[in-house]
Every structure is written in C-alpha cells, then in structure tokens.
Design a protein. Structure first.
Ligand code: URA
Length: 298
C-alpha cells in the first residue's frame, strides 16, 4: 500500500473509531522511495498467494510520513515502534499455544476437530481487546465442517451470536441460510466464522487494533481447515482478509487468493436486509462462485 493510501485509511479508521476532530493534514506527495525496505521493492499491493499473510506484508516497516500523524495521539504511541504497522496498529505477539497446535499440521478429520477445539478454548480466554472481552457474553469462535472445502467469513458477532456462541444465527444468519440452500449447499458442508470473535458494542465496525488482535485466530482456523475456497461476506471481511482498501462492491466477481484458497467477495447479508435490491448482485456472485466449483446455478 502506498503511503498516501495508508494515510487516508488511517484517517478513515480514526474517524470510524469516534475521533470527531481530525486535524487537517497534508497527504504526502509522491516521494522518491526512502529507506532499505523501499529500496528492496517490498511494498506489495496485493497478496501474491501462499502462506505469506497480509499481516506479514503490513508489518513491513516503512518510514512514517512525519507531517500527517504527529499530533494525533494514539494508545500505540505508548508502545515500542518495532512491531507497529504503518497505520499505528500493534501486531500482538503470537501465542505459543496457538503455534504449537499449528505445528502439528492436523490432517485427519479427527485431528482437525481436536485442533479447532483446542483453539476455541484458547480464544475463550482471550483478553487482547479489553473492551470487547469485558463486555462479551462469550466468544464466538466458528462452526462447521473441519474438512470444509468452503469457508465463509463474516464481520463480527452481533447480539444473537454473542448470546448463542455461534456465528450467523440472527436475522443476517437466517438470510445467509437461505442463500446457502439456494446454492444447493448445507450449513454443515461449510465452515463459518468471522473476522472478530467478540461482539463490538452496538455492532460498531471492528477497530483496526481489534482485527489485528484476532488475526492470529482467524489464520489458525484457515490453516487447520485449509479450505479450497473462501467467501468474504461484506467489506470488513473482504478488506481485512485481503488487506485491501476498496469497497466490497469493487471486489466482486473476481477471484483473489489467500493461504492457498480462492477467495470471492460479496455483500454482507445485513446489507441485503437493508438493501434488498442488492440480492440480485449477491446471487450473481454466488453463480460466479459456484460455476468455479462446477455447479451451474439458475
Ligand atoms: N454478522 C456477521 O458478520 N457475523 C455474524 O456472525 C453475525 C452477523
């Protein structure tokens, strides 16, 4: 991501986090590359695939444009800068317990089930996000087939999910179930989870630090399940998984790649509840996706 886009993204994040007054800032002009990272051409725009996660790419240290952020005080200002990404989000230290589970490379159904169970227990005790962990009824880890070919990723639990401990069980989930049926699939064929495992208060958008905190768990679930396909439901899922800044409307009808899976993006079922006319576009996206699996939907 270039520094101008990153700066625009940071300002957007700050505003969505409730910052009402953002000082007028000079966005950096296109500057000549500086520093060792730039000279090695390390600023990649898009996933080139494989296991190199977007988190890895985002953690590449780049010179921070001095003019834009100097006066904005963030919690991360109190932390060391080694693990800061350009947008001021701190990448949490990996948990040895999670990495230990992944090192066992579970392959059989039983081993994958066991690995997911162990990860679920770790997530249940997570307190990385103070606000979310203190307000949740429970964590919402993910459900479904541990050998699923297709993984669905949503945004974050809502009130119903927080109460029941399962993703997509509320109104958006009911609509998602209808879409799954129309795709000639069953919920049990899939693995369903979210970018976040805790409900943000009032269903606000996840904060960048929260998505960074939860990323290790999402990546672990993807590594255990090793889906062939991932469907990102909504902008939050699409942008976070793929480290993109485009709105989901611009990411539809193409395949991306993440961790060995082909990824498609479409509108979130909650968006469809508010904008029923977008159902046609989602259905087009599902036809596009299922065709790749050899299923022609009418
Ligand atoms: N919306 C989501 O993105 N995920 C859920 O689990 C429920 C609603």
């Amino acid at each position: 991501m270039n520094s101008k886009r990153a700066m625009a993204q940071l300002l957007k994040h700050l505003q969505s986090a409730g910052l009402t007054h953002v000082p007028k800032v000079e966005l950096p002009k296109n500057r000549p590359p500086a520093g060792p990272a730039a000279s090695k051409g390390m600023v990649a725009e898009k996933s080139s695939g494989g296991e190199s996660s977007s988190t890895d790419r985002r953690s590449i240290s780049k010179p921070r444009p001095a003019s834009a952020v100097a006066e904005i005080r963030r919690p991360s200002d109190l932390l060391g800068t080694d693990d800061l990404q350009l947008d001021g989000v701190r990448k949490p230290e990996q948990l040895a317990s999670v990495q230990g589970i992944l090192q066992q490379s579970p392959k059989s159904r039983a081993d994958r089930e066991q690995a997911l169970c162990a990860l679920k227990d770790i997530v249940a005790g997570c307190k990385r996000c103070t606000e979310l962990s203190s307000r949740r009824t429970q964590t919402v880890f993910g459900v479904g087939n541990p050998e699923a070919r297709i993984m669905f990723i949503g945004e974050a639990p809502g009130a119903d999910e927080d109460a029941q401990g399962e993703p997509f069980v509320g109104a958006a989930g009911q609509l998602l179930n209808k879409i799954i049926g129309a795709m000639t699939l069953k919920r049990e064929d899939l693995y369903i989870c979210n970018i976040l495992r805790c409900r943000p208060p009032g269903n606000r958008n996840p904060l960048p630090q929260e998505t960074a905190n939860c990323r290790e768990f999402l990546d672990a679930q993807i590594k255990v399940i090793q889906p062939e396909y991932i469907v990102c439901w909504g902008t939050v899922a699409a942008q976070n998984l793929l480290n993109e800044t485009a709105a989901v409307g611009k990411m539809r009808q193409k395949f991306y790649e993440y961790a060995g899976a082909k990824v498609v993006c479409t509108y979130h079922p909650s968006y469809l509840l508010r904008n029923p006319s977008a159902k046609k576009q989602v259905w087009d996206d599902m036809k596009f996706f299922m065709k790749e699996l050899g299923v022609d939907l009418q």
